[in-house]
Design a protein around this ligand. Structure first.
Ligand code: ADP
Ligand code: TRP
Length: 327
C-alpha cells in the first residue's frame, strides 16, 4: 500500500500531532511504501516570516527522525521540493465547486479563532487534495480533524476523473488512530493555532509545568472523580499501559486523590515516552547536513512519482502540446 501524510510546519509539534498522527506514521513504515512530507506551503496560511518558515520545516524533519522515522524505509521531504503539487492544485480548483470548500469546517474554525481569512486558507483543502492525489496514495493516516479534508480529496479525484473521463487519480482512504482528538491544556482540541499545546521536545521542567496547568474541575481531593470526564486522564490513557490506565481510573473513582497527583503521573508518562527521543533529537540537531541529505534524497523519489502523474494529468487536460488524447 502507498501511504501518504503531511504535517504542517507552523509551530513546534505537540502531543496531539504525535498521538493523533505521527505514531501511526512510524508504525506504517515497516510494511508499506510511505511518503511523509513537511507541509511548508500550507504553513504560509499562518506564518509570513521566511526565517521562521524555514526553521520550522527543518525542526519538523528533526522531530520525525528523532521519533523513529527511518529514512531507509520511508520518504521524508518538504512539500516545496515537489512544486508540481501547486500545478495540480490549480487544475483541481478548476473542477471543484466553491460549495465544497464552503462546507470546510477547519476554515470556519480557524477564522473564528482569528486567523486571517486569506484565499490560501480557504483553498487549503485543494492543496491538500493535490498532495494526496499526486502520489496516487492508497491510505492517508491523519488525526480525526483532517477526515473532512481527505473526503474532499476523494471528491476532487472523482470530479477530475469524471470531467476527463479518466482514472488517473486514485481514491484515497483515511486511516485514524485510536487517539481521535487529543485535548489541549484547556480541554479543547490540542492545536498549534490555539496556544494550548504540550510540546514534544520542550525540556522536562517546562513540560511538567505545562502539564500542571491542565484545566480540571473543582472536585475536592476526597471526593470520587470521573476519569472519563478529565483532560488529565484522557492524555494519560494514551501514554500509559492498559494496567496503569486501569489503576489510575480506580483511584479516580475511589476518591482521596487530587488532580495534582494525576498530573504528576502524566508528567512521568510523558517523560518516559519522549525522553529517549529528546536525546536523539539533540544528536541529530548537531548534524544538519545529515537531515538535509535525507530530505534531498527523499524528495527526488517523491518527485519522480509526482512528475509521472502530472504528465498524465497534463495530457488529458490538453496542457502538453502534441499529445492529442481525444482524436
Ligand atoms: P495543528 O492543529 O496543531 O496545526 P496540524 O493541523 O498540523 O496540527 O496536524 C498535523 C497532524 O496531527 C494531523 O494529522 C492532525 O490530524 C493531527 N493532530 C493535530 N492535533 C491533533 C489533536 N489534538 N488530536 C489528534 N490529532 C491531531
Ligand atoms: N492539513 C494537514 C494538517 O494540518 C497537513 C497536510 C497537508 C496533509 N497536506 C496533507 C495531511 C496531505 C495529509 C495529507 O495536519
Amino acid at each position: 500500500m502507498r501511504v501518504l501524510s503531511g504535517i504542517q510546519s507552523n509551530g513546534k509539534l505537540h502531543l496531539g500531532n504525535y498521538l493523533g498522527a505521527i505514531t501511526q506514521h512510524i508504525e506504517l513504515q515497516d510494511a508499506n511504501e510511505c511518503f511523509f512530507f513537511i507541509a511548508n506551503y500550507h504553513a504560509l496560511t499562518t506564518i509570513h516570516d521566511g526565517n521562521i518558515v524555514r526553521g520550522y520545516a527543518h525542526d519538523v524533519a528533526l522531530d520525525y527522525l528523532a521519533l523513529g522515522l527511518d529514512p531507509s524505509k520511508a520518504a521524508l521531504f518538504r512539500q516545496t521540493d515537489v512544486p508540481e503539487v501547486t500545478e495540480l492544485t490549480w487544475i483541481l480548483s478548476t473542477v471543484t465547486g466553491k460549495g465544497l470548500l464552503d462546507r470546510a469546517t477547519s476554515y470556519k474554525d480557524k477564522t473564528a479563532k482569528g486567523l486571517s481569512a486569506s484565499m490560501g486558507l480557504f483553498c487549503y483543502p485543494i492543496l491538500m487534495a493535490a498532495d494526496i492525489l499526486i502520489y496516487r496514495s492508497d491510505i492517508v493516516p491523519v488525526g480525526k480533524d483532517q477526515t473532512q479534508h481527505v473526503e474532499m480529496a476523494q471528491d476532487m479525484a472523482a470530479y477530475f476523473n469524471n470531467t476527463y473521463n479518466s482514472d488517473i487519480l486514485k481514491r484515497p482512504e483515511v486511516r485514524l488512530n485510536d487517539a481521535r482528538v487529543v485535548p489541549g491544556v484547556d480541554g479543547q482540541k490540542m492545536s498549534k493555532s490555539y496556544g494550548n499545546t504540550i510540546n514534544l521536545f520542550d525540556p522536562p521542567k517546562p513540560t511538567r509545568k505545562r502539564i500542571m496547568s491542565i484545566k480540571t474541575d473543582s472536585t475536592p481531593v476526597d471526593d470520587p472523580k470521573d476519569p472519563d470526564n478529565c483532560n488529565v486522564f484522557a492524555l494519560y490513557r494514551l501514554l500509559a499501559t492498559p494496567e496503569e490506565t486501569h489503576d489510575l481510573a480506580e483511584r479516580y473513582r475511589a476518591g482521596g486523590m487530587g488532580y495534582g497527583e494525576a498530573k504528576g503521573l502524566l508528567a512521568e508518562a510523558v517523560e518516559r515516552t519522549l525522553g529517549p527521543a529528546r536525546e536523539r533529537r539533540i544528536e541529530l540537531a548537531a548534524d544538519p547536513d545529515y537531515v538535509e541529505d535525507v530530505l534531498r534524497t527523499s524528495s527526488a523519489k517523491a518527485r519522480t512519482v509526482a512528475a509521472n502523474v502530472m504528465e498524465q494529468v497534463r495530457d488529458v487536460c490538453g496542457l502538453n502540446v502534441g499529445k492529442d488524447t481525444h482524436r
